[in-house]
Ligand binder design. Structure first.
Ligand code: GLN
Length: 491
């Protein structure tokens, strides 16, 4: 079967570009044509940056024609989650409050994309300010799952994940505060990596919960994920949480094989709340790892059960503080009504500009931080967070990685969980602890249930992304799940 350019991976296209068998502008044209065909069904993009992208692709071609040696991802299209600042390109966070906001500067990862000459195709949909698990909280429109147009793509990086799986881009970047890269990757059948806290600069990422937020790749396969991480893992003094830690050669490390790795299975991730087909996928995956020479061992993470309640104190508390800046004065939306004073201006603007989930988080967070309640909620949550981190430290004394589900079930139907916020929050039970501990996590295609993709998650010690990639690549080589194509979007 001959694949169209838009169906290929970054590393396949890279070779074609290098051998002068294809031009960057041809890749770009192929993606734009594909967007024209499927975007009316999927709705991944909030903004397209067609003109700038074409000019950037032409520049790559000009350089290649002159025989210049270019970085590995030069000429490869990338889609950007719309909470990452792009100078001169609208950045909405899928919120009415920023609907017309054009940032004056580029985020650090955007600078990296430009330095590596990637082609920025456009900005993708998300849950408003990245708060959600289905992209249904977008203040603009909903995105659909390429495998089932009546199902959600996951969230909050739902637009990025759907765009990759629907072949509307080759690579996409997302942010992950409690699972927002890995869970949509699982629902859409692609690879998603949340790097260690401090590995990738968040300079220019619109802050949600600053002690948890990380930026990371969404890709079609593990090789692309390694290439992509290589391009964005970089120390940046402008992000005070960025860590100056050596960046290994991920592509080389990835190929070291699974043999000899110790992979932990934790009962806490395989009990109540996890659907049977998902459990089955995990046990099958464990067998694959064993057949590749890994040893599977039991580990225990007893504080996992508190991850959800702890996260929903810490994340809203930090969000309530971060979102105080949207006041209708400095930038963004301002109420059109005449108001008597500045307090009325703030109140009206925020009432009209924020959606219901964002308001809920601001209220919960403000309450948790208020005097008299701070010790009982925020401080207590921080203590439990330390216990969760220690759980992982202990577990990693007896294994290299931990294998868990990414999400408790495959993608659910649009509208089926919007009435009860708690039900929606349950979608994150497998991904939250990783952010709380600051460790890296990857989701890769691990199987199917009722025709929908199911991801498996690998968690590793801080700054051991290379071990995650190594196990993920070994698994991918031994399985075919990542090659499956969604029919819904193509019919
Ligand atoms: N779904 C989680 C939340 O709603 C995580 C979101 C994220 O990782 N940005 O907060």
């Amino acid at each position: 079967m001959i694949l169209a350019l838009y169906e290929k991976t970054a590393h396949e296209l890279q070779e074609l570009l290098h051998n002068k068998e294809v031009k960057a502008v041809e890749i770009f044209d192929s993606i734009i044509e594909r967007i024209g065909q499927v975007e009316p069904k999927v709705h991944s993009y909030i903004t397209l940056a067609e003109e700038q992208a074409r000019a950037a692709a032409q520049k790559v071609d000009d350089k290649l024609a002159k025989g210049e040696k270019l970085p590995p991802l030069a000429g490869i299209p990338v889609a950007i989650k719309d909470n990452i600042s792009t100078g001169g390109i609208r950045t909405t966070c899928a919120s009415k409050i920023l609907e017309n906001y054009i940032p004056p500067y580029d985020a650090a990862v955007i600078e990296q994309f430009k330095a590596n000459q990637l082609i920025i195709i456009g900005k993708t949909n998300l849950d408003e300010f990245a708060m959600g698990s289905s992209t249904e909280n977008s203040g603009l429109f909903i995105t659909r799952n390429p495998w089932d147009l009546e199902a959600v793509p996951g969230g909050s990086s739902g637009g990025s994940a759907a765009a990759v799986r629907a072949d509307e881009t080759i690579l996409a970047v997302g942010s992950d505060t409690g699972g927002s890269i890995r869970q949509p990757a699982s629902y859409c059948g692609i690879v998603g990596l949340k790097p260690t806290y401090g590995r990738v600069s968040r300079y220019g990422l619109v802050a949600f919960a600053s002690s948890l937020d990380q930026i990371g790749p969404l890709t079609k396969d593990v090789t692309d994920c390694a290439l992509f991480l290589q391009a964005i893992a970089k120390y940046d003094p402008r992000d005070s949480t960025s860590v100056d830690f050596p960046v290994p050669d991920y592509l080389q490390e990835m190929k070291k094989g699974v043999k000899g790795l110790k992979i932990g299975l934790a009962q806490e991730y395989l009990g109540e709340g996890i659907s049977e087909p998902v459990k089955k996928v995990i046990f099958e995956a464990a067998k694959v790892f064993q057949s590749l020479g890994a040893e599977v061992v039991d580990v225990s993470l007893p504080y996992t059960e508190y991850a959800l309640s702890t996260y929903y104190i810490i994340a809203p508390a930090e969000a309530s503080s971060n979102l105080a800046r949207y006041d209708g004065v400095r930038y963004g939306y301002r109420t059109g009504e005449r108001v008597p004073d500045s307090v009325a201006l703030f109140m009206k603007t925020r009432k009209e500009g924020f959606g219901p989930e964002v308001k809920r988080r601001i209220m919960v967070g403000t309450y948790a931080l208020s005097s008299g309640y701070y010790d009982a909620y925020y401080l207590k949550a921080q203590k439990v967070r330390t216990l969760i981190r220690e759980d992982f430290n202990k577990a990693f004394q007896s294994c290299d990685l931990i294998l868990t589900p990414t999400a408790p079930s495959p993608a659910f139907k649009i509208g089926s969980k919007t009435k009860d916020p708690l039900e929606m929050y349950q979608e994150d039970i497998c991904t939250l602890a990783c952010n709380m501990a600051g460790i890296p996590g990857i989701s890769i295609p691990g199987g199917f249930a009722q025709g929908m993709p199911v991801g498996i998650q690998l968690l590793g010690p801080a700054f051991k992304e290379e071990t995650l990639l190594r196990a993920a690549y070994g698994f991918e080589q031994a399985t075919e799940f990542h090659k499956e194509r969604p029919t819904a979007v193509n019919s």
